[in-house]
Structures are given as C-alpha cells and as structure tokens.
Write a protein that binds this ligand. Structure first.
Ligand code: PMP
Length: 355
C-alpha cells in the first residue's frame, strides 16, 4: 500500500440523525454539523426521480448526462462542453487532484479550509502548504499564497465562500490573483456555497472560457438541499476538460441522479426562496453574536465560524440540548450551520447556556 494512504486517519462521516437521537435520548435533533439545507430539495426532484421508467434499470445511464448538462450550461451561461459531472463536488475534488498532481508536487490552500484538498494531495504523494487566513476578518491572504509558490506548485484551492469560515472573496480579488498566477498552476475555485452569497457577480464561472488553468466547482448538496442524491459539477476548458472526461468513471451518475439533478436546477424559484431564508437567518444570528460579543467571521454561507474557547465542551453541551454542530475542526472555533427559524431561535438560548 502507498505510505501516504496508510498514514491517513479514517474520515469521520456524520452519524445518521436517528443514531444520534437514540444515543442522547433526544426527541428532536437539529443537525447543524454538515452544512446541509434544512429545507430539503424542490418537491419537483422527487417527482422527477419517481417518473423515471422501470424499463431503464437494466441499461447503463447516459454517460454524458445530456439533460443535466444542458440545464446547467443554460443556468450558468457556460459552454456545455466545459462541464464535468460527479457524485457530489467530492468526486470532482478527487479527480482533479488525480489528474493534475505528479508525486512530489505541492498544492497551496488557505488555512482553515475544506479538508479534502489536502487529503487527496496526500494520497497523490504531494504536500500541502497552508497559508493562514487573516486572523481579524478571515480573508484569504492572496499575496502570501503567491509568495509560497515554488517550482513544484501545481494547484491552488480557494473555497469561496470558504468552509469553515464562511468568508467570501470578491470575484475581482480572485481575478487579480489569477492574473498573477503562472499558467501552469491550476486554480480551483470551489463555489459549493455560491448560492447563499447575497452580493452580485459572485462567481468565477464566466472566466473559465478565458483561462485554461481555472476550474469552478459547484454542488447541489447545499442550497439545492440534495446532499443525498450526490450531484456536483466542475466548469473547465481544455486540456483539463478532456483529461477529466477521460479519467472519470464512464457512468458516474445514474439516471435518477441526472433526472433529480435536472429538476432541481430547473426550479430556480425554489432555490432562490430558500437561499433568501438562509440569508435572513444568517443576518439575525450574526446580530445575536455581535450583541453578545462573540468573535466570528462575517459569513456569506449557510454556516458561521465562531470563537467559543473550549470547542469540545461547547459542542457537547449543545448536543445535549438537541443541536449537533461541528466541534471537530479547531480547539477554539466551532462551525454551526443555520437551521429553520424555529431551531435558530432555540439555538440562541442553547448557545448562551453552552458558552
Ligand atoms: N466543497 C466544499 C467547500 C464543501 O464544504 C463540501 C461539503 N462539505 C464539498 C465541496 C462537497 O460536497 P458534495 O460532495 O456533497 O457536493
């Protein structure tokens, strides 16, 4: 076995909600630990999945996901031949790493950020340079990333908004950075939480046609409320597009994923309504944190990164009160996803008790 794989700790997937409820004897559990959408998907998704004919079960699905490809291309005003689909953005992260990294190369990421970028680099026998975000406001230090580049640097990953900080970088600041980046280094902008941003022009997608080294990632797991269906996509041009299409498994999305994903993308009214609900709740929760003098970073996502001191203790106290949050990322900072308005109102009281 590869030494780099042997050294990996098993990824701690979330326990199912029913398991956690039984363990702590809870009637109600608000699962706010995985940045899912408490509103779930558009009802049109289940309708579309159910409408798939049983006759197709014995045949492979459409390996090009044509229906979904056309809907996503139209939505984002991008070339359908710039889209690569996967079982969640997770699959695209794994594939991009595999396609781009030679053993002994390195990637550069902000710290903190989503753990999978470094994990997949490690599997590919590459190292990760972690550049701390600005301690005061959580913004990415693009100049420090440029300074960290060496002749083995092959990729830079920017989650925007970032996970776990929720901090959003403007498209113009990322473009300025991209213009200074050598063209042999791939920049992946992971826009998993793009739909929650309330500022205009928040996506790098239109720039993919201009830059061969830019990739934009999206997922239906967050604002679309479809974490269980496993649908994500990457926007990129050649040579990356052709390489990714060659390396991905030929039938990586089933007909159910294609049909459900297409229905979700076409129901923009439902998406916008829920994104706005999160924006309103985010504003209210941030006002509560400010009033109670907690340090947090201004979030543009559906979760907030808050400095609480003893994270594990606070996480445990919240769990006992029926709120599951993410207390595994930092000893002092906790990540809490926003729930329903009712849950968030209760959460404020529980949070004051726990801190
Ligand atoms: N990117 C980021 C920044 C994430 O936070 C997540 C999910 N936690 C993903 C990608 C992967 O999401 P999925 O595989 O469900 O699309």
């Amino acid at each position: 076995m590869k030494k780099t794989v042997k050294a990996l700790a098993a990824y701690q997937a979330e326990l199912p909600v029913e398991t956690v409820k039984a363990k702590y004897g809870l009637q109600h559990l608000a699962r706010l630990s995985a940045n899912e959408s408490v509103y779930g998907p558009s009802p049109k998704v289940a309708q579309a999945v159910r409408a798939v004919s049983d006759d197709i079960l014995g045949y492979y699905p459409d390996g090009q996901a044509t229906e979904l490809r056309e809907a996503v291309a139209k939505l984002n005003h991008v070339d359908p031949q710039h889209l690569v689909f996967g079982a969640g953005a997770d699959e695209l992260i794994e594939l991009l790493t595999r396609v781009v990294l030679e053993p002994g190369s390195n990637i550069i990421i902000p710290n903190p950020t989503f753990g999978e970028y470094a994990m997949h680099a490690q599997i590919e026998q590459s190292t990760t340079k972690k550049i701390p975000v600005n301690v005061d406001n959580g913004h990415v230090d693009f100049d420090a990333i440029l300074d960290a580049i060496d002749d083995k640097t092959a990729m830079v990953w920017i989650a925007n908004p970032n996970n776990p900080t929720g901090v959003f970088e403007t498209t113009s600041s990322i473009k300025r950075f991209l213009d200074k980046l050598p063209v042999n280094i791939t920049l992946v902008v992971d826009e998993a939480y793009y739909d929650f941003v309330d500022e205009p022009d928040a996506t790098m997608a239109p720039l993919v046609a201009e830059y061969t080294n830019l990739v934009v990632l999206r997922t239906l797991s967050k604002a679309y409320g479809l974490a269980n269906l496993r649908v994500g996509y990457g926007i990129m041009q050649d040579p990356l597009y052709s390489a990714m299409q060659a390396v991905r498994l030929p039938y990586n999305l089933s007909t159910y994923q294609i049909a459900g994903g297409t229905a979700a993308v076409l129901d923009q009214e439902y998406l916008q309504k829920n994104a706005q609900r999160f924006q309103v709740e985010r504003q209210k929760f941030q006002e509560f944190l400010t009033q109670n003098k907690f340090k947090f970073y201004e979030s543009q996502a559906n979760f907030i990164w808050i400095k609480v001191g003893e994270t594990k203790k606070v996480g445990q106290k919240l769990l006992e009160q029926g709120f599951q949050v993410n207390d595994r990322l930092n000893p002092e900072w906790i990540r809490i996803a926003l729930g329903t308005p009712e849950d968030n109102a209760e959460l404020k009281l529980a949070f004051l008790k726990a801190t």
